[in-house]
Design a protein around this ligand. Structure first.
Ligand SMILES: Nc1ncnc2c1ncn2[C@@H]1O[C@H](COP(=O)(O)OP(=O)(O)O)[C@@H](O)[C@H]1O
Ligand SMILES: [Mg+2]
Length: 299
């Protein structure tokens, strides 16, 4: 059962103090994975903006960069190329105290576990060694105590964990699925949009043997251009899903639609949530509405 604490929160955002009503979910951490076998469909951008919108509603968010490219870590200015990244250390089991692996971001209440290319070697070694617990590394980490005084686990310290995955399903992604409650699949509409979605659904089915509570929540249409062509493309996708013989396609529900925004394209060097540099643009408004419909809590 979910409990909601209503409180007035004041935060310093975008150069000014903003007051808003926050309803904090206090029934434990929900873990969401952004997953698609394709790159360039806005997995990282959605992770960043969902985290921000959840945080704006008063939630504590743990971001987990599970992609060796480290784009999410870069977006929060926490990317380090040289050291073995925390995600790689978690996969290797090479850690003592979980606190050392979680970094604060510039947003108080959003923390991050970063990644870099060292994740590639860690995944490769794990598979080569074939350890029996190789799918349990992330679970072990999340269950570990975090606060020496209260003994709270990581799961009790955050309301949401958002995992930004790479465009493949390697051992690090299997580890992510083992700790995930809900998978959201960002999809960009083009003639190859369905490619790989069958495999994603199949992998999720397989991973349910390791994590029975894993759910494929649906697709989020991203980078959507409101042209006749893309509207027709979306309609075509819906029909393909409805008429497909594969039982996997039937699990895909459209959760929402994020418009293409020239502001995002123009400012790809700006490492900020879209709402902070262009609050009125379509993408900023759509992420806000998507998170409201996803959580049932507006701001
Ligand atoms: N709504 C949008 N409008 C315009 N460009 C977008 C939008 N969402 C994402 N992008 C851009 O698309 C590119 C791919 O996004 P990214 O999140 O890196 O994809 P992925 O993580 O799936 O590889 C990035 O350059 C990003 O800035
Ligand atoms: Mg990415």
């Amino acid at each position: 059962m979910a409990f909601f604490n209503v409180q007035i929160v004041k935060k310093y955002i975008n150069g000014k103090f903003i007051k808003y009503k926050s309803r904090m979910v206090t029934n434990g951490m929900k873990t969401i994975s952004l997953l698609n076998l394709k790159g360039g469909v806005a997995k990282s951008f959605t992770s960043l903006n969902m985290a921000y919108e959840l945080w704006r509603r008063g939630n504590r968010v743990l971001l987990w960069d599970n992609d060796k490219q480290g784009n999410l870590s870069k977006a929060f200015g926490r990317y380090e190329a040289e050291q073995t990244a925390p995600t790689a250390r978690i996969l290797s089991g090479d850690w003592q105290n979980p606190v050392e692996l979680i970094q604060a971001t510039d947003y108080e209440g959003i923390d991050i576990i970063t990644a870099n290319l060292s994740l590639f070697g860690a995944a490769w070694n794990l598979v080569r060694e074939g350890e029996t617990d190789m799918t349990e590394r992330y679970r072990r980490f999340l269950k570990a105590g975090i606060n020496n005084q209260t003994g709270d686990s990581i799961c009790e310290s955050y309301d949401y964990c958002i995992i930004d995955n790479p465009p493949d399903i390697g051992i690090n992604v299997v580890n992510a699925l083992v700790v995930t409650d809900e998978v959201i699949v960002p999809v960009k509409i083009d003639e190859n949009a369905l490619e790989g979605l069958d495999i994603v659904a199949e992998q999720i089915e397989d991973a349910k043997t390791l994590n029975p509570s894993l759910t494929l929540k649906g697709v989020l249409i991203t980078i959507y251009q409101n042209t006749d062509g893309e509207a027709a493309g979306l309609e075509w996708l819906r029909q393909e899903w409805d008429s497909a013989e594969s039982k996997h396609y039937r699990q895909y529900k459209v959760l929402g639609r994020i418009r293409y925004s020239a502001k995002v394209a123009e400012n790809s060097f700006v490492k900020k949530p879209i709402y902070e540099y262009s609050p009125c643009c379509g993408a900023a408004q759509d992420y806000k509405h998507f998170v409201t419909s996803y959580t049932g809590i507006g701001r």
